[in-house]
Ligand binder design. Structure first.
Ligand SMILES: Cc1cc2nc3c(=O)[nH]c(=O)nc-3n(C[C@H](O)[C@H](O)[C@H](O)COP(=O)(O)OP(=O)(O)OC[C@H]3O[C@@H](n4cnc5c(N)ncnc54)[C@H](O)[C@@H]3O)c2cc1C
Length: 387
């Protein structure tokens, strides 16, 4: 596997073990059928509890059954999952960073005890409802709202593009609390079997096909007071979760790119044209050299990002830079790998075109490439240019 600057040497034994275990799991249990899942638009649901057993959901959290592994170990895990498919990594990212993290950071003791062990074990599935049909890049303008009733809140609104909503047991729904004058955004734990909740599946996707995506409809949904996340109010709630998930994406995208590179390198060695392997042509070597260089630069970026996270010095803007760069890199390089595979490159027999299609989603979700550009632009100039 490509590790040109021997970053392996920096890893602890535990980090290596976690990475190797994830790699083996993916190779044995997911990779053989992932092309079929992509073609059929299905997610291998039977793996959800197995992934829980393996400790794939938020293992970097502390307590409530989470082993509190290092951020590097968590990143390596995301990398191995996405080296298989961005849909697989999305499952772990949503469950861990977007559902378990907010419960861990902002939940009551009862909410933590009720949900974290089940979600960590994959006995329950969670989803994160922020995006709405009319509000994607600007979630601050969300229209979903909560109004107080006798013993809790009534929620109304709709969310869309929600990973796992059709198979989720619980949704973290972000909504405006109309019972306060300044209508702050608050997080609500909404069990999907409550009256008035619908979770239609979105079926027409040409990207991230091995991942289940849907809507969340909320029609006079009553939730008790104890389902509100008590520890946060305002956009800090959802945005802090996105920082956690984007950190995993910055690692994961490198996995997808690495898998494209390895596939192309192998193909260049095996495939013969004009009397020998295509890897002897300078044109093909140039592509491999550039791919390896770009992947290595992205690896350096995430390793540094992780050091900052471990030291508590990571800023959301750092994560924006890494998500923006590494996903663009993976998106570009998956296309080069696809090209090197000729006609075979457009099939599901090989991974690059599947990764390439998936990366269109990864480029768009968790803040589009454009939005991360604006976040960096604001950080660099002090001038916000969103509106
Ligand atoms: C498969 C999939 C899974 C997803 N999973 C989830 C999930 O689990 N939970 C969730 O809440 N959301 C999820 N999303 C939603 C995702 O986060 C949004 O699609 C994303 O934030 C972009 O919003 P939008 O699609 O409404 O695009 P828009 O915001 O309408 O943007 C359209 C285009 O305009 C550009 N643009 C917007 N504003 C500006 C600006 N100020 N300056 C310049 N350009 C701008 C954008 O970059 C983009 O190119 C998912 C999306 C997909 C595709």
């Amino acid at each position: 596997m490509l590790d040109y600057l021997d970053l392996e040497a920096e890893l602890t034994d535990e980090e290596r073990l976690i990475r190797d275990t994830a790699r083996e799991f993916v190779d044995e249990q997911v990779r053989p059928d992932i092309g079929d899942h992509f073609e059929n638009g299905t997610f291998p649901k039977e793996l959800i509890p197995k992934m829980g057993e393996m400790g794939f959901y938020a293992p970097n959290l502390e307590g409530y059954g989470s082993p509190n592994v290092s951020e590097t170990a968590y990143g390596l895990l995301m990398q191995e999952l996405e080296a298989c498919d961005s849909g697989l990594r999305s499952m772990a990212s949503v469950q861990g960073a977007l559902v378990m993290y907010p419960i861990h950071a902002y939940g009551s003791e009862e909410q933590k005890e009720e949900w974290l062990p089940k979600l960590g074990a994959g006995e329950a599935v969670g989803c994160f409802g922020l995006t709405e049909p009319e509000h994607g890049s600007n979630p601050t303008a969300m229209e979903t709202y909560a109004e107080r009733d006798a013993d809790g809140y009534v929620l109304n609104g709709s969310k869309t593009w929600i990973t796992n909503s059709p198979i989720a047991d619980v949704a973290i729904v972000w909504a405006r609390d109309r019972s306060s004058d300044d209508t702050p955004v608050r997080g609500f734990l909404v069990e999907t079997d409550r009256d008035g909740v619908s979770t239609n599946k979105i079926t027409e996707k040409l990207s991230l096909r091995a991942s289940i995506t849907g809507e969340i409809g909320l029609n006079d949904v009553h939730v008790p007071e104890e389902n509100v996340l008590p520890g946060v109010s305002g956009m800090k709630g959802p945005l802090s979760c996105l920082t956690q998930a984007r950190f995993g994406i910055a690692w994961g995208a490198v996995g997808a790119a690495r898998n494209c590179f390895e596939t192309a390198r192998q193909y260049a060695t095996d495939r013969e044209q004009f009397g020998g392997p295509i890897g002897r042509f300078q044109l093909q070597q140039q592509k491999l050299a550039e791919m390896a260089t770009q992947i290595t630069l992205a690896q350096l970026l995430i390793h540094r990002l992780t050091e900052l996270k471990e030291r508590g010095e990571l800023r959301p803007q750092h994560v924006s830079m890494a998500k923006r760069n590494n996903v663009r890199m993976a998106r570009d390089q998956s296309r080069v790998a696809r090209e090197m595979l000729g006609g075979n490159g457009i099939t599901t027999d090989y991974s690059p075109m599947r990764h390439m299609a998936n990366l269109e989603t990864v480029y768009t979700y968790e803040g589009t490439h454009d939005i991360h550009t604006l976040i960096l632009g604001e950080d660099l100039t002090g001038i916000a240019a969103y509106e």
